[in-house]
Design a protein around this ligand. Structure first.
Ligand code: ZN
Length: 64
């Protein structure tokens, strides 16, 4: 499918969302796979972020 402008904006807005380590609250940067401070595995944080992104993705008006 060709993404709509609304979908592109939605993704870009989420990429700039700040995520933090569940152990110590250290801010994570895009591309981190573990906390740079304590080394905690942040896979769950990343998956929760991805789920929010996909669940909220605006629909394509042509499909409705
Ligand atoms: Zn940490």
């Amino acid at each position: 499918m060709t993404p709509t402008h609304a979908q592109l904006q939605w993704v870009l807005n989420h990429i700039s969302e700040m995520l933090s380590c569940p152990q110590d609250g250290t801010r994570l940067r895009y591309g981190d796979v573990e906390c740079p401070h304590c080394g905690a595995d942040i896979a769950d944080v990343l998956e929760a972020w991805a789920a929010r992104l996909l669940e909220g993705l605006p629909g394509d008006p042509k499909d409705q």
